[in-house]
Design a protein around this ligand. Structure first.
Ligand code: HEC
Ligand code: HEC
Length: 104
């Protein structure tokens, strides 16, 4: 009985360690840089003017297919600013980016 409990505790500990490892190496959304271009009062369309399909800093093709930036990217201080009913698809956003990448 005591041995069984110990084995269970070890399995739980191993599982927790594994999860912590996944969290550490997995792709997490980077925070917004703390510069004038990254104020959280701007619209997602304004983000896409630089990070959209024809912007000067387009997102990589591996980026998650969503355009509701504030649901994932925290500000430089680590705070999330989610928008109610933010659209997950916008003009110049991920869908157009994917189309362009496929046309290549
Ligand atoms: C005027 C152009 C411009 C606008 C507007 C802009 N960005 Fe950026 N952004 C950049 C550039 C250039 C970089 C890369 C250089 C840097 O890290 O500052 C960048 C970097 C980032 C990064 C990566 C940070 C990192 O550590 O890798 C994220 C995330 C990001 N922007 C999200 C956003 C979001 C969300 C918005 C809207 C709130 C936005 N950006 C608005 C130009 C812009
Ligand atoms: C579902 C969550 C999610 C949403 C919504 C989201 N992102 Fe990201 N973003 C991520 C993750 C995760 C990464 C890191 C993995 C990667 O770079 O592919 C990332 C990376 C980035 C980067 C850095 C790319 C690089 O070259 O390192 C930029 C810039 C960025 N996002 C901008 C945006 C903008 C702008 C929006 C809104 C139009 C947005 N993201 C919406 C999750 C999200």
């Amino acid at each position: 009985m005591v041995a069984g409990t110990r084995r269970l505790a070890m399995i739980v500990a191993a599982a927790l360690l594994g999860l912590a490892g996944l969290w550490a190496v997995g792709d997490r959304p980077p925070r917004l840089p703390a510069d004038g271009d990254h104020g959280v009062e701007q619209s997602e369309l304004s983000c896409l003017s630089c990070h959209g399909v024809s912007g000067r800093a387009p997102r990589p093709p591996t980026h998650p297919p969503r355009d509701d930036c504030y649901s994932c990217h925290r500000d430089a201080g680590g705070r999330l600013h989610p928008r109610r009913n933010a659209p997950t698809e916008l003009p110049g956003g991920w869908r157009e980016m994917r189309r362009r990448d496929e046309a290549r």
